[in-house]
Ligand binder design. Structure first.
Ligand code: GRF
Length: 205
């Protein structure tokens, strides 16, 4: 047994409600032994920054527009993340695809939440996609991040019914608290329980 607490760094681009859910769960001791040690954003004006500052959590701003290409941007992003020595990197509304160059720094330790039951409706506007497809049940997925968009090994999913009069926005609003609970549940298990990934399938050990 080590007394070292697992360190989580969160990457976000916007509102940051999933960041808040993880940070507040950690502060309340509900994220297993883990702590949220930093927030890294690619948009300096992301609302998530204010939420981090209110909680006295370190904030790193790595603005894409300060870099001429993706490689140098990702290297700076990785450096900002690495500075906080994470055991886990959680994407929470982080609106960029990450390359193998970044992901290879933390193999099987970068996690994302997506607002659909993957593999259905990957990419942007997942809730609108679900409503347009007429599915009766949607939900959210926490998964390990690979280079393929929203396609890595699934950690945990939760469902949310789609109502007759739903719009993408309405569904998104009902789904959000489910996302928060699911991300917390997934991370509290990931930080304590070993797993293996075989053929893109995660199995707990
Ligand atoms: C969430 O719906 C998340 O699933 C998706 O982007 C949204 C981010 O919301 N990836 P927030 O910034 O965490 O409030």
């Amino acid at each position: 047994m080590t007394d070292k607490r697992p360190r989580i760094v969160v990457l976000a681009s916007g509102r940051g409600s999933n960041f808040c859910a993880l940070a507040d769960a950690a502060l309340a001791g509900k994220l297993g032994p883990a702590e949220v040690v930093a927030l890294v954003v690619d948009r300096p004006d992301a609302v998530a920054c204010q939420e981090a500052e209110r909680r006295s959590i370190a904030v790193e701003r790595v603005s894409r527009k300060n870099f001429s290409d993706r490689e140098t941007f990702e290297d700076a992003l990785a450096q900002a993340v690495a500075k906080h020595r994470p055991d886990w990197v959680c994407l929470a509304g982080f609106l960029r695809l990450l390359s193998g160059r970044f992901l290879g720094r933390w193999p099987e330790r970068v996690v994302n939440i997506h607002p659909s039951l993957l593999p259905s409706f990957p990419g942007l506007d997942a809730q609108e996609q679900a409503v347009a497809a007429g599915v009766r049940i949607s939900g959210c997925t926490v998964h390990l991040v690979t280079e393929a968009l929203d396609a890595g090994p699934i950690v945990l999913q939760a469902t949310c019914p789609v109502e007759d009069d739903d719009t993408g926005q309405r569904l998104a609003a009902r789904l959000l608290p489910i996302e928060h609970a699911t991300y917390v549940a997934a991370m509290s298990r990931l930080v304590v329980q070993p797993f293996v990934v075989e053929e893109n399938r995660l199995r707990w050990r």
